[in-house]
Design a protein around this ligand. Sequence first.
Ligand code: F6R
Length: 610
Amino acid sequence: MCGIVGFIGAQQAAPILLDGLQRLEYRGYDSAGLAVYDSARGLQLAKAKGRLHVLSELVDGGAKLAGTAGVGHTRWATHGEPSDTNSHPHLSDSGRIAVVHNGIIENYMEIKEYLQGKGMVFHSDTDTEVVAQLLEYYYEDDLVEATFKVLHRIEGSYALGILCADHPDQLIAVRKDSPLVLGYGEGCSFLASDVTALIKYTKTVSYMEDGELAILTRDGIQVYDSLLQPVEKERTTVDWDISDAEKGGYEHFMFKEIMEQPEALRKAVSPRIQNGRVVLENLTLEPDFLRRLSRLYIVACGSSYHVGVVGKYLLERLLRKPVEVALASEFRYSEPLVDENSLVIVISQSGETLDTMAALREAKRLGGRILSIVNVVGSSIARESDQVLYTWAGPEIAVATTKAYSTQMAVVDLLALYFGKILGTVEESEYHAVLDEMLLLPGKMEAILSNKDDIQYFASQYFNHDSVFFIGRNVDYALGLEGSLTLKEISYIHSEAYASGELKHGTISLIEDGTLVVALGTYGKLFDKAMANVLEVRSRGADVLALTTENRRADMEKNANAVITIPETHDMLLPSLGVVPLQLFAYYVALMRGCDIDKPRNLAKSVTVE
Ligand code: F6R
């Protein structure tokens, strides 16, 4: 949500800013803008509602905005509709200060009224304009001092990029609860919401902490803490390449990321299995603490929550301890029973989801230990957790998650085995059976992907349906939650996931001639029940597309209209394979419906507002 880019150096800023914004497009946005300073022309502004190409055309790819320092922004509307005026950057009254912002200024209305009372005129409906105007209000000739005064006055979350015509040799950046990365180049400095925007130019970065202020110049970056004391930032080298964040010949990022899953899984799993044992880097949870645990929590949003739903089945089975899986947005307000004997597993691809972050803080406040499973290195959730396990999936650009889901799942599997071993609750034979199978998963995924044409065919049969139900039991129910979400978010088909046994308690009234039901029957122990549910919906007119394992194809074909199969694997790992055909199905359906697959309407990759 909202992307920020800043550049100061010797090259023309606008093309670099546009390029960075394009790489942040995946975060979700509805308008974009740039402010660039040039000594002859002063501060120049260009803003446009709509996709980035509209802005790019407006400034002729950047050629119309001369200057070597600037800030850029992609906006995801919160305060005020998407429009040219509400787009960032916002200027102060005099036009000399430009501000880009990610986050929400909660007390903006009170400040706006105060400044209006002082005669300041506002042009937009945004909370951000208040920051630009307040800067102007406090500004005498020291921009840093004015910024500090603003920070004491505003409440909420923010990552801010500030450019002032009186100080054209610097950019100012500050953050609280919204991510900002600093990039160190040769004779230039960068600022961005995440590393994808600057990886083309530099791999040396540092991550800003809450309360920090950075001054970026052509000669380097100086960071200060909230007491204005200089901070020595640790610099890290990003270990992936620009090609990881490009389509590489694929039509869509989503398809590329689906195809990357076997490799992503290898990277997430292989180094963590050594001599037949799970080795989790830097994990320091004392066995005594694990034994004392009366309950584990898994907290996340969206697809990461769905990983948690599978995780509950696995962890309870292997640890014989209760696991509560909670939506972060609910958990934070539910007075959770977390205490110092609780382990809270937080799952997040981006590591920046605001609700998940808030839930993490609440759990921490209550004394719980936080173990997070995160993809983005250095992200806020990773940094605020007691322990982190990275999923090492590389950048995931498409809004719909694919390889992040799969690698999160794999890390949860490993964690369940690891804890089970420490607690002595997992049998040796099962431990090794699962580990052996985990190493085979990438190859089995490759086999599914090589049959993608079959799934494309099924998509061509069903893409016109208006409504779909995913049904399943146990891990198949958890899998259905994810399959349904992926389908609806990218194809805009109404879709719901149901625990099969629940159908007859209400929802079955919606099944009629031609309703599409995706019946998930991969879980062998409950296969007969899955078949019974297929018959139940078929007899009410449903078209049933079933998913099962290869050995059960013949049985399933007796009752379902169409059958997709996955290779056999250990029960615990079925969702890791089952999710792949469901992703492909959603992808092809969305393709046939002409949807904007990588950037579905109204959605953002990183949900940094409540
Ligand atoms: C759906 C999807 C979302 C995310 C959710 C949480 O395909 O990607 O449901 O899973 O927004 O995001 P993270 O994992 O970044 O916390």
